[in-house]
Design a protein around this ligand. Structure first.
Ligand SMILES: Nc1nc2c(ncn2[C@@H]2O[C@H](COP(=O)(O)OP(=O)(O)OP(=O)(O)O)[C@@H](O)[C@H]2O)c(=O)[nH]1
Ligand SMILES: [Mg+2]
Length: 492
């Protein structure tokens, strides 16, 4: 209580003192300013203008400096937010750059190589959920084709191509792919990739669209795929039902962000065969195979219309879709590379922190975090994520993190001590090693918080990263303690 009163008195005296100084300063400044103003007015006007100009310049410089120091830059959107489609030159350049920095670019390259082998015929991909009748439609267009068709879904388990000639006599490749939505996710991926690599997608459904079908359509539209929605098995609906269903499909396309053109939604019957149970006059039953009459005229018309003189533009669109796929592969590879490299950087900094703590007689986290090791780790991680932070930001992040370590240190030391006990034969461990493990844990958390922030914002945002560090440090302690304790013991 006594101390409290004393502190209050000191603060009160300080307030009075500040008031006196502020008042004196105000009087002094106004006096000086008025004085100068009077003299300037009586002097030549040129001098006055020059004086005012210099004052303005100083004020602007001060404001600009303050803004740079205090006001944060706007957080840049991720690199993926790119509106314009990629050109061949751009994607090749990106691949080259990534390759040079050590990223595994093989799958991105493979996508471009695959594109090169596909020059020539237009490819139409029959894509859709399992058992919607994709293979049956191909069989209806190419009766001689040896196509696998089955009542049981998942009959097509690989990609196959069939040659077909349209009305203009052009050779077209019909691509049969596995159905999506079966149990095998990998087959769905193979099918979706093949659809994106084709010029046109014939999206085959056999009723109103399910949610996964709508999502698949949206994903194809994102790749700018020309799309015809084919309602198959129309024989199962009467005229009224079919008209209502077609209207619904048009609305679905519209809602999915596509262009609801009437001639891009067609209802057909692929035909094929069906087993029917027939009752004989003597009462016995017999299963007979019956032909289902095919009706695919509107589909042929739709395909012809879509292809009319469009070969070059379809080629260009397909090319752009493949470039986008390659960019996606590259982004995945970059993510994998960053994950692996950032682990290395963090591990190396953690090891240095451990060694530093072991070497120092009474180590302090400040020298480690704000010193060489902390700065180097931050710079390396930023460089890995393509961020170019100002030195000021690095300093700010490290000192903000430093001030958060104090609170976490006792817990970190306790966890470190506990973790060391897990190693047989250590017995009572020396305090130095406990500190070394604790500092190792701190560096581990520091590195992870940076990676998280850089992934999220694409640049170093000091406050966000320091906050992440504060939250992450207690969370990851247990996870890393054995690894880092082993590291410390090895170094010791
Ligand atoms: N009623 C009717 N059934 C059809 C029609 N077209 C195909 N079917 C039947 O639907 C079932 C599936 O046909 P498929 O051609 O194998 O279907 P798919 O889409 O290739 O199937 P997956 O390859 O397994 O994805 C078979 O039993 C066909 O006979 C049609 O127009 N009407
Ligand atoms: Mg099939």
């Amino acid at each position: 209580m006594k101390l409290d009163r004393f502190v209050r008195t000191v603060i009160a005296v300080a307030v009075i003192l500040a008031f006196v100084i502020a008042t004196a300063a105000l009087l002094f400044i106004s006096e000086a300013a008025l004085n100068v103003w009077d003299r300037l007015k009586s002097g030549p006007p040129a001098l006055m203008y020059a004086y005012v100009a210099v004052m303005l310049l100083l004020a602007v410089t001060a404001l600009w400096l303050t803004w740079r120091l205090v006001v944060r830059r706007k957080i840049a959107p991720g690199r993926t937010a790119r509106a314009a489609p990629l050109t061949r030159q751009e994607i090749e350049e990106r691949i080259r750059e990534a390759d040079a920095s050590g990223v595994d670019v093989s799958s991105a390259r493979a996508e471009l190589e695959e594109l090169a082998t596909r020059k020539g015929a237009i490819q139409l991909c029959f894509f859709g959920e399992i058992s919607s009748g994709k293979s049956s439609l191909i069989k209806a267009l190419v009766p001689d084709a040896d196509v696998e068709i089955d009542v049981v879904g998942g009959s097509t388990d690989a990609v196959s191509e069939y040659r077909w000639r349209n009305d203009e006599g052009a050779e077209i490749l019909l691509v049969d792919v596995p159905g999506i939505g079966g149990g095998d996710g990998e087959l769905s991926t193979i099918a979706a990739n093949e659809a994106k690599r084709s010029h046109v997608v014939l999206f085959v459904c056999d009723g109103d669209l399910t949610r996964p079908e709508v999502q698949a359509i949206q994903s194809l539209l994102a790749f700018d795929k020309p799309l015809v929605l084919v309602l198959n098995k129309a024989d199962r609906f009467n005229a009224e039902e079919q008209a209502a269903l077609m209207q619904q499909l048009l609305e679905r396309i519209d809602a999915a962000g596509g262009e609801p053109q009437r001639d891009h939604v067609v209802a057909v019957t692929a035909g094929g065969e069906t087993d029917v149970i027939e009752r004989r006059s003597d009462g016995s039953e017999e299963t007979v195979r019956r032909e289902r009459p095919a009706d695919i005229g509107v589909l042929v018309v739709a395909i012809n219309r879509l292809l009319e003189g469009e070969a070059t533009s379809l080629d260009a669109r397909r090319e752009r879709a493949v470039f986008k796929m390659a960019a996606g592969r590259l982004a995945d590879a970059e993510t994998a590379y960053r994950t692996q490299r950032s682990e290395q950087i963090i591990r190396s900094a953690t090891r240095k922190a451990v060694i530093g703590a072991l070497a120092a007689i009474s180590p302090g986290t400040d020298i480690l975090i704000q010193g060489y090791i902390g700065t180097t780790m931050t710079q390396q991680l930023c460089a890995l994520f393509g961020a170019a932070p100002r030195d000021l930001d690095i300093e700010e992040f490290l000192s903000m993190s430093q001030s958060r370590v104090g609170r976490a240190l006792p817990l970190t030391l306790a966890v470190a001590g506990n973790g060391l006990k897990a190693f047989p034969g250590i017995g009572t461990v020396a305090g130095g090693i406990v500190h070394a493990v604790a500092y190792g844990l701190i560096f581990d958390a520091l590195g992870r918080s940076l990676v998280l922030t850089l992934t999220r914002h694409g640049e170093l945002v000091p406050e966000a990263a320091a906050k992440e560090f504060e939250e992450g440090i207690s969370e990851h302690l247990e996870a890393g303690v054995r690894r880092i304790a082993k590291m410390a013991l090895d170094e010791n």
